[in-house]
Design a protein around this ligand. Structure first.
Ligand SMILES: [Zn+2]
Length: 185
């Protein structure tokens, strides 16, 4: 999670969501037309080729496929703010394992995560503003290593998953592109 501009992205003068090429979603739709024009049906099954599910933060600086050498069809990617193992992530992992044959789980948090600067006060502020308390926890954290360990633990102890013996957790450094593995102990 970050609101800072990427070095290769838009110029600071451009308002967010706009560019010389027009509104952002229009650009995406146009890009898809070009993509589809060259697309050939890969004839793939929905089951991930590598039998792996990757749970990661939604951070815009983390290109999972490039960073992990993944190709189309290789894996499931499950992303949210923080790469937190929420009930909904367990839902996706359960379907991934029980219906689509994955066995391994990779958890990826990263340096400079937006959740490190939030607190549970975020929820209280929201409640004050909109008159309703969100049902979800913010899941903010201060220690990224500890947060990865907690995520690994949540996966490992889920009663719904078939395979919990091959779970590994990492912190991705957004400045070097390198993964650092977290010892689960
Ligand atoms: Zn993040």
């Amino acid at each position: 999670m970050s609101t800072s501009a990427s070095p290769s992205g838009h110029s600071p003068a451009e308002p967010i969501g706009e560019s010389a090429a027009g509104p952002v979603i229009e650009r995406l739709v146009e890009a898809n037309a070009r993509y589809a024009a060259d697309f050939t049906d890969p004839g793939m099954d929905a089951r991930p080729v590598l039998g792996v599910a990757v749970v990661a933060c939604m951070d815009a600086r983390l290109d999972l496929h490039s960073a992990l050498g993944l190709q189309l069809g290789d894996c499931h990617t499950i992303r949210n703010a923080g790469g937190v193992v929420t009930d909904d992530v367990i839902r996706s992992l359960t379907i991934s394992q029980r219906a689509l044959g994955t066995r391994s789980v990779v958890l990826i948090h990263h340096t400079g995560c937006g959740l490190e600067s939030l607190t549970e006060e975020f929820r209280q502020d929201l409640e004050k503003e909109v008159g309703q308390r969100p049902t979800w926890a913010v899941e903010s954290f201060r220690d990224v290593d500890q947060d990865v360990r907690q995520s690994m633990q949540r996966v490992r102890t889920s009663p719904f998953l078939l395979h919990t013996d091959d779970i590994r957790g990492f912190v991705f450094d957004v400045t070097t592109g390198r993964l650092r593995e977290i010892d689960p102990a």
